[in-house]
Design a binder for this molecule. Structure first.
Ligand code: HPA
Length: 278
């Protein structure tokens, strides 16, 4: 057994000593969405710091936890606080929680994030259904020895974001009369915001929104055969598009302002996915 897989097993067993909850669906909460975890019927919580072997960064102490509970009748596990590559973690550690949620039983992954809008038709505050992604400029979480226990060496990424799940979110947004854009998400390593030249490059290669998370998580999820769905909150227009510098605080404010709409769509989409899948 590889050291990497052994670490995963150790974390898994540590969680299993704390809860026997069996989630069907995993949710990763992005900026401004943390409160969503408090809107569900919570059964158990497990702090990341209470998981034996869970990666700890020298840069920043561990904040965050898994929340187990129900959205309607759907058993879910929620990552409240995600792990970012720019914090200094190895890519394999960044995706470790995703792998754990699959090992705990989740077959479907719902990823959310805040992003910068690259598509000129977008506006700050828009929600965007992620249709595909570009992870070309970040290291792959699958680099190194393949973990055969998890998946194949060369996983297919043709339909990284599940077509049926995308249709369900679109239908749900329409029913709730919540406007939703569609587009390609590009991940950069960060933590600096992009330059205007990088944004022009990203637009030229077909990206509609940019962020510092998610794509690596989706690679790990697809490696393990999870079905993935992603929604992004376009918190600001990307660098060079408004003539003003980007401030984290302003980005955060827009993400927070869109949160109630985002949460409503998330809750309804999860319930709809559960109804449609079985
Ligand atoms: N760039 C990168 N990540 C982001 C942005 C951005 O403009 N906005 C929110 N997350």
């Amino acid at each position: 057994m590889s050291a990497e897989y052994e670490k995963l097993r150790q974390c898994y067993e540590s969680i299993r000593r704390q809860t026997d909850f069996q989630p069907k669906l995993a949710v990763v909460l992005g900026s401004g969405l943390g409160e969503f975890a408090e809107t569900i019927r919570v059964v158990d919580t497990v702090e990341y710091s209470a998981i034996e072997g869970f990666p700890t960064s020298t840069v920043q102490g561990h904040r965050g936890r898994f929340v187990f509970g129900y959205v309607g009748a759907v058993p879910v596990v929620i990552m409240q606080g995600r792990v970012h590559y720019y914090e200094g973690y190895a890519m394999t550690d960044v995706v470790l929680p995703i792998r754990l949620m699959k090992m705990l039983g989740a077959e479907i992954l719902m990823v959310t994030n805040a992003s910068g809008g690259i598509n000129e038709q977008f506006q700050a505050g828009d929600l965007m259904l992620i249709t595909d992604q570009i992870a070309t400029w970040i290291p792959s979480p699958l680099r190194g020895e393949n973990l055969e226990e998890l998946g194949t060496r060369f996983p297919d990424m043709t339909e990284a974001y599940d077509k049926e799940l995308r249709a369900i979110v679109t239908r749900t947004a329409n029913r709730l009369e919540i406007p939703i854009q569609k587009g390609v998400y590009i991940q950069f390593a960060g933590p600096q915001f992009e330059t205007p030249a990088e944004i022009r490059m990203a637009r030229a290669v077909g990206a509609d929104a940019v962020g510092m998370s998610t794509a690596c998580e989706v690679i790990a999820a697809r490696h393990m055969g999870m079905r993935v769905c992603g929604i992004s909150c376009v918190a600001n227009m990307a660098a060079g598009m408004t003539g003003k510098p980007l401030l984290h605080e302003e980005v955060q404010q827009y993400a927070d302002a869109a949160a109630p709409r985002f949460q409503k769509l998330l809750t309804a989409s999860i319930q709809e996915i559960a109804r449609s899948i079985h």
